[in-house]
Design a protein around this ligand. Sequence first.
Ligand code: UDP
Length: 236
Amino acid sequence: MRRVVLKLSGEALASSSSVETIDASVVDFLARAISNSMAVGGLELAVVVGGGNIWRGATGAMAGMNRANSDLMGMLGTVINALALQDAIESHGRPTRVMSAINMDQVAEPYIRRRAVRHLEKGRVVIFAAGMGNPYFTTDTPAAQRAAEIEAEVVLKGTHGGVDGVYSEDPKKNPDATKYDVITFDEVLAKDLRVMDLTAITFCKDNELPIRVFDLMAPDNLRRALAGEAVGTLVK
Ligand code: UDP
């Protein structure tokens, strides 16, 4: 069994072509790929979902809000996204569990590591909501931290802005930027390449947890990434 953590940003659930905070057709596209990949077998999947389509703590803090309060709003946003994703994945016949880092009994199970692992072993897609439950983080760091905790072999970081991996420079600003197939954590840090948040990158480096960065929206890409194919860029 390959056990992986997929990091989906909240904005990946929105869509550039609609004003919806959560675009049902985009969520369905992702859910279909996830449930098809699970049906093939050999895969245990946990998803960490962000909340940037709804609220980012930093936005409120910049407008003068208390940062910890604003971050709580962001974490609650991830729970909304998690429920949307749960519904969509289950509509494709794959059982799921949402586990929240902030206790909310009527909405989701509390996060308990051993229980999460049991769900994975039973073939359920586990969706981690509310990040780590602590302010001053984004969901990149819980993606890495939960991956380490449940002993996943890789963090799959899906992008949605049309950039299909890690480049030497921003490919949208410099068309001559080159894409890496493989890059080390040290190079990512030395060149300040924005793969994930710095906290998440250093965590993955310290814990020898590879990250694969790939384009979530390109046809068949999510399935390929979940199948362990070499799409995008591997950071190790
Ligand atoms: N957040 C937090 N602690 C966590 C995870 C998330 O405080 O462990 C808050 C933070 O305010 C963040 C927001 O939740 O801005 C939404 O998450 P994120 O920005 O990572 O969403 P994404 O960019 O992935 O959509």
